[in-house]
Design a protein around this ligand. Sequence first.
Ligand SMILES: NC(=O)c1ccc[n+]([C@@H]2O[C@H](COP(=O)([O-])OP(=O)(O)OC[C@H]3O[C@@H](n4cnc5c(N)ncnc54)[C@H](OP(=O)(O)O)[C@@H]3O)[C@@H](O)[C@H]2O)c1
Length: 257
Amino acid sequence: MGERQYPWKIAWITGASGAICGEVARLLADAGVTVAATARPSERLDRLAASSERITAFPADVLNPEELKAAAARIETTLGPIDLALLGAGMYVPFDIRNIDLAGFHRTMAVNVDGVINGVAAVLPSMLARNSGHIAVMGSLVGYNGWPENGSYGASKAAVINLTESLKLELDNTDIDVTLINPGFVDTPLNAAYDPNKKLFVMSAPVCASRILKKLRRKPYEIAFPTKVELFVKTVRALPRAVSFPLIRWFNRTLQS
Ligand SMILES: NC(=O)c1ccc[n+]([C@@H]2O[C@H](COP(=O)([O-])OP(=O)(O)OC[C@H]3O[C@@H](n4cnc5c(N)ncnc54)[C@H](OP(=O)(O)O)[C@@H]3O)[C@@H](O)[C@H]2O)c1
């Protein structure tokens, strides 16, 4: 138990006021890990910090690289070197091809993609200087395929998957680990606007958080679940488009009916 349960002493979590990463923060703190929790200032963030003496709030906006850099620097000065950076801030907006929400698209790309690279840029220099650390990025299984009505979120998570592959390859000659976390549907406020008929194999945030942590401690490149959804999206991705497009159209119609 305690620090022995996980290989990190200090974890920095963005999106910590949210459903999934808030739960990860609590589980890590319960196991003796010191958690630095980042989100924009809010009561949710304050409540999380108040829930454990091992959780401290470091409010910052992931869209502001300077704020994130300052937060990472303060964490390292006050708590110690960041062993695990879990970059989990994210958002979803619906996508209607006949009435494109451009502001929503741009914001989704910014929070989900720029937010990740801003976090990496904030923490990587000191990890490189120490030649140690673990960067974990929240992706999503929806990033593997284009899907009707999912243009904004899907495109952002496809970019996250690609970016994380680049990070992994770039850092191959270092002792810094990189993990891409790709859950399926999780019942959280993020996707409250999503058609409930299309949320297949949905899980709760606590289930998702414990599944992440069960695997994250071994620092694999990818953590993806549920397995059925993972196999489906990766198989569809690997098929020729002449086969995958009709398959996705058929599947989407089936979900609607
Ligand atoms: N829910 C799902 O089905 C699902 C599935 C796969 C992957 N994921 C991914 O898992 C992660 C967490 O999702 P969730 O469902 O737990 O979402 P959530 O409950 O809505 O939490 C989202 C988090 O992102 C933070 N955030 C948003 N914009 C921010 C900004 N500009 N600066 C700083 N923080 C910001 C929010 O903090 P504040 O708004 O308080 O600042 C909040 O902590 C996301 O990356 C999401 O894409 C979710």
